[in-house]
Design a protein around this ligand. Sequence first.
Ligand code: OGA
Ligand code: MN
Length: 291
Amino acid sequence: MRDLGSPGGGLGLGGFWRDTVNLRPSPPGRQAAPSECARPGSSRPPGGACRTPAMHRARGLCRAGVAAALGGSRALSALPGAGSAAAGAGLGPEAEADPELLRASSPELARRLRGLALVRGGFVSEAEAAELLREVEPGLRRGRYQSDHWDRAISGYRETERGLRGGAGRALLLRVTPAFPPRRPPRPSAHVLDLLPGGCVGPHVDSVKFCGCTIAGVSLLSPSVLRLQSLRDPRDRLELLLEPGSLYVLRGAARYEFTHEILPDEQSFFGGLRVPRGRRVALIFRNDPPW
Ligand code: OGA
Ligand code: MN
């Protein structure tokens, strides 16, 4: 058993990732407001959106995290509205996370990130999940699993970025859109990330050059844990349990001032709950930077 505060609680590989990740903490006093796309840091033009899946984490800030266990079936069918258009309602900055899927290292942190780090179980139904997988598998199969990305922010993965043209994909895009500011909608293409059971995404902040203020991810197949860690104070951590079919949203401070990561199997705990990792496919939606 472990808790968020225990030494070695998933940070054993921290040095590895930190050495290779380009962290760019936001300057004090320039926090992004949750409902808009202002971002901390430079005002250089970005030179384009995330044109390849790797670009968003290749050069910019890189770091964040959360997790999921429970086998996935509980939330999928149990929640009202799962798999329906209603499941997309209430995803703005006023929205509440499912409390049982989120653990904060302190009540203050939970308050600070309220509405900014969001997790919802049962966002897509099992039938939708199967349909989405059918849509994205052919694109994924064109790539090979890679054991170590050159920037070492990720391992045991393959990925693609593509427009979702099937019915389930288009419906999902519509359903995650309320999580984005009205004038900063998600790009129509999704980043599809396929992680092997032994794969993980190391702590990073998505590039501010290529990605906007909001990140929304739908997890399929295996549960996992997403962990957020403050760039300013590493004791400030949040864990999100990402069940299959769940949605998470990161924006504002949760997107810019915390790293995020998908924990590797041996560190995959949500508090004391072991969250065994299998193959996990994530559909990640992002918007463009604000210029
Ligand atoms: C990423 C990332 C998280 C996920 O690819 O930048 O943070 O949900 N992925 O897989
Ligand atoms: Mn990321």
